[in-house]
Design a binder for this molecule. Structure first.
Ligand SMILES: [Fe+2]
Length: 321
């Protein structure tokens, strides 16, 4: 059994360990945030979310609940809304199994309102694949401001208020789980000598979450290129870092020697840009990828004696015995 705070801490710890930028780079980022914080006036510090000093992921927060609360049973889902929380409440009252926490993957509340901040991660990931950091940073800046404007009118506190009204603790774990997907895929892709796009698709289809999604018509798909193409160098640029980056990046990725990108999802505009740059885009699947990341985290919680009840589209597959 863990407390709410311990679960949150474990999410951050695992997210940092799996971060494609590397632990040292994440620590450097935290140090810079602290330096910037120290330079703020007393007035400015009032508006500063101090969690940023130790948690590098703005889209991962405890949204409601007593941090010292012992958690025995979690309802874990991809999204959260009042309906999901009502299911948790209903089960708590009618099955005799009290649900202590709703754990959502996608952010809500203040974690959604700050989704754009986590996107800076992508610049370094792109730089590690050979895109000059100045180009990656500048292209992302444009997209980050678009995302910030996009999330600003959203009624982001609806689910958090529902959780408070129902008395159910609520937490969201977004980028740490996406980092777990990225590092998991990175390891298995590096292990294999993949020559053609078909080999990559075959490898991804072996992952149980993707195999399960395939049966639901939501499996691995090639959105740009075809299975006969050579993979070339494979980049995991579309897995973690909040949401989709700038579509102009494909041309830069091609210049950096990337042949194939693996992503969770891709918009039409990005697909067209990938095609124009002769980059293969293999889309593993959105909810299946989100499930994979959550499962890697949830397995660690189960190992610590916490019961998991899957909800909201989560394809729950256990790896730990
Ligand atoms: Fe997602």
């Amino acid at each position: 059994m863990l407390t709410l705070k311990q679960i949150y801490n474990l999410a951050i710890e695992m997210g940092i360990a799996a971060d494609l930028r590397g632990k040292k780079s994440v620590e450097k980022h935290l140090k810079r945030t602290k330096e910037k914080y120290d330079e703020l006036s007393k007035e400015e510090k009032k508006d500063f979310d101090e969690e940023k000093l130790r948690n590098p992921y703005s889209d991962t927060r405890i949204l409601f609940g007593d941090e010292s609360k012992k958690i025995k049973r979690i309802m874990a889902g991809i999204d959260v809304d009042a309906g999901e929380l009502m299911i948790a409440k209903y089960l708590s009252q009618n099955s005799g199994k009290e649900i202590d926490l709703y754990l959502s993957h996608h952010p809500t509340g203040k974690a959604l309102a700050a989704l754009d901040e986590v996107m800076h991660l992508q610049a370094e990931v792109l730089a590690n694949y050979g895109v000059p950091i100045n180009i990656a940073e500048n292209l992302l800046k444009i997209r980050i401001s678009e995302v910030a404007r996009g999330v600003s009118p959203v009624n982001h506190n609806k689910a958090t208020m529902a959780a408070k009204n129902l008395g159910i603790a609520l937490m969201c774990v977004h980028t740490p789980a996406d980092n777990l997907v990225a590092s998991y895929l990175d390891k298995i892709i590096k292990k294999e000598k993949l020559e053609f796009v078909a080999d990559l698709v075959k490898l991804l289809k072996k992952i149980p979450e993707y195999a399960a999604a395939g049966k639901e018509n939501a499996g691995v798909k090639i959105f740009s290129g075809n299975k006969e193409n050579h993979c070339g160098k494979i980049a995991l640029t579309e897995i973690t870092g909040g949401t989709e980056g700038n579509p102009k990046i494909y041309e830069k990725l091609a210049n950096a020697g990337i042949g194939t990108v693996v992503g969770m999802h891709i918009s039409e505009e990005h697909k067209k840009e990938a095609e124009a740059s002769h980059i293969n885009a293999v889309i593993a699947g959105h909810i299946s990828s989100d499930s994979l990341g959550m499962n890697l985290f949830l397995d660690e919680l189960e190992k610590r004696g916490i019961e998991i009840i899957p909800a909201s589209g989560l394809i729950r597959i256990k790896r730990s015995k």
